[in-house]
Design a protein around this ligand. Structure first.
Ligand code: AMX
Length: 441
């Protein structure tokens, strides 16, 4: 058994004691109450999910395993010659909460290579789709296709299914999935935008560098990929992609079913597709308002109001939990400011100008609870600068990163034996009765 799996087995066993004690001794302790607006309004803020992989504070932003983004980047072992950690080191950290030693990272890097081999039927299935399918359809299909070889599904139907060790099979699938998803994403990129010019993985490279290599990018892009996949990995478990993955897996659907479903949620414009929408908005702004002229704050303000007045949202702004600028936005903005060339890039200038104008506009508009930018407002600029200009691909990049968090989460879900998810529905009649006579709780 690998060091990672041994560490995880020990931690899950220790943690289970805490979960079981909470359930048995304190199961009736009330931690939250639910209002009518929460029941109708998308369950906002209801504390009804448990995860230790990450936590999102509305004002501070995300912490992975208790660490902020800068602390995470600082603490993890770096890729050779880079100031960014390898995704593999981050995977160890997300799963266990421990900063891996060099030896532990080396073991993950080695195992990753074995697991990253994608069955050839995945290529056949993706190639069979219409070439103008959205790349998220291709990614979700590619992941779902691998279900037939799920180790968890085989274990479940083996006749020897045992809840206590079920997590080990989820772990096996989850690990295979995170190792394979960048290879599948690169395949989709090459299929759709590079005339099916496919590049084999280079076994000497870590995940970020390998992704850069496979999509024909320069060496510097390896850091973009590492940063991007880590930043997008997890945002606690209530967001649509993570929650969908958790929900689907709670029915003991295997990780392939679960993450394919999660990706379908990520493909929504209010969630992961927003990064594509941001680029789309900027390009249309340039075509319609600039026509070759320099951008000005006045023109941006006008375009923002035109968008709002036509009933659309400003993509990349607002958040269901955050109430300040998303630190993932800041991390990417800092990357731009620290990268010669990028900080003077015309698109980065437009994005920075939108940042100066949009929060005030949204505040005057008076609807959005959070007028500040989220991760998606900044991520496309970096891709664009490095030549990944096919912006309908940006959500696929998000999906590669998000797999890390979703897969770590469901491995733990199974380890702790979380049951099938089944909230209770009520009727509008019932709400009206409670509105007239609030129940005594
Ligand atoms: N532009 C215009 N209106 C916005 C807005 C924005 N960026 N953000 C929120 N609003 C509106 C909502 O549509 C809602 O209007 P309504 O009352 O007419 O229905 C009102 O403000 C209140 O919404 P909220 O409570 O502030 O936000 P929410 O929790 O309902 O939704 C989110 C959160 C992210 C979907 C929303 O802010 C949004 O649509 N943003 C733009 C799309 C986007 O960037 N999505 C990516 C989010 C990050 C991610 O998941 N990747």
């Amino acid at each position: 058994m690998s060091q990672l799996k041994q560490t995880l087995a020990k931690k899950i066993a220790e943690h289970s004691v805490r979960t079981q004690r909470l359930l048995k001794e304190f199961g009736n302790v009330v931690i939250d109450k639910v209002t009518i607006s929460q029941a109708i309004g998308g369950m906002r803020d209801i504390k009804a999910l448990v995860t230790d992989i990450s936590y999102l504070d509305p004002f501070e932003g995300i912490r992975f395993r208790g660490k902020t983004i800068p602390e995470t980047f600082e603490a993890l072992p770096k890729a050779p010659g880079s100031k960014y950690p390898t995704v593999e080191a981050f995977w160890y950290f997300l799963l266990t909460g421990d900063i891996p030693t060099k030896e532990q990272v080396d073991e993950v890097l080695k195992e990753w290579k074995v697991r990253q081999v994608v069955p050839s039927y995945v290529w056949d299935a993706i190639r069979a789709l219409p070439r103008d399918s959205h790349p998220m359809v291709m990614l979700s299909t590619g992941i779902l296709t691998m279900q037939k070889d799920s180790k968890f599904a085989k274990f479940y139907s083996s006749g020897n299914f045992n809840k206590k060790v079920a997590w080990e099979y989820v772990y096996e699938d989850a690990y295979d999935l995170v190792a394979r998803i960048p290879i599948i994403a690169a395949f989709i990129y090459n299929l759709k935008y590079r005339g099916d010019f496919q590049v084999a993985p280079d076994p000497s490279l870590d995940m970020g560098a390998n992704f850069a290599h496979m999509i024909g990018q320069c060496k510097e892009y390896a850091d973009v990929a590492r940063m991007y996949f880590i930043l997008h990995s997890d945002h606690e478990s209530g967001n649509v992609s993570a929650h969908t993955t958790h929900l689907v897996h709670s029915a003991l659907s295997d990780p392939y079913y679960a993450y394919s479903a999660g990706l379908n949620g990520l493909a929504g414009p209010l969630h992961g597709l927003a990064n594509q929408e941001v680029l789309d908005w900027i390009i249309k702004f340039e075509e319609k308002y600039l026509k070759g002229a320099e951008p000005t704050k006045e023109l941006i303000e006008k375009a923002l109001w035109d968008t709002l007045n036509s009933g659309q949202v400003i993509p990349g702004y607002g958040h269901a939990v955050l109430r300040k600028t998303d630190p993932r936005y800041t991390a990417q903005r800092n990357f731009c400011l620290e990268t010669p060339g990028l900080k003077d890039d015309p698109l980065f200038k437009v994005v920075s100008m939108i940042y100066e104008v949009a929060p005030d506009v949204l505040m005057k508009h008076g609807k959005a609870k959070n007028p500040w930018p989220n991760v998606d407002a900044q991520s496309g600029v970096i891709q664009w600068y490095y030549g990944v200009r096919e912006w309908d691909f940006y959500t696929v990049l998000f999906g590669v990163g998000r797999a890390l968090g979703c897969m770590a989460n469901i491995t733990w879900d199974r380890g702790l034996g979380y049951p099938i998810e089944r909230p209770k529905s009520v009727t509008t009649d019932m709400l009206e009765q409670w509105a007239a006579n609030p129940p005594q709780l």
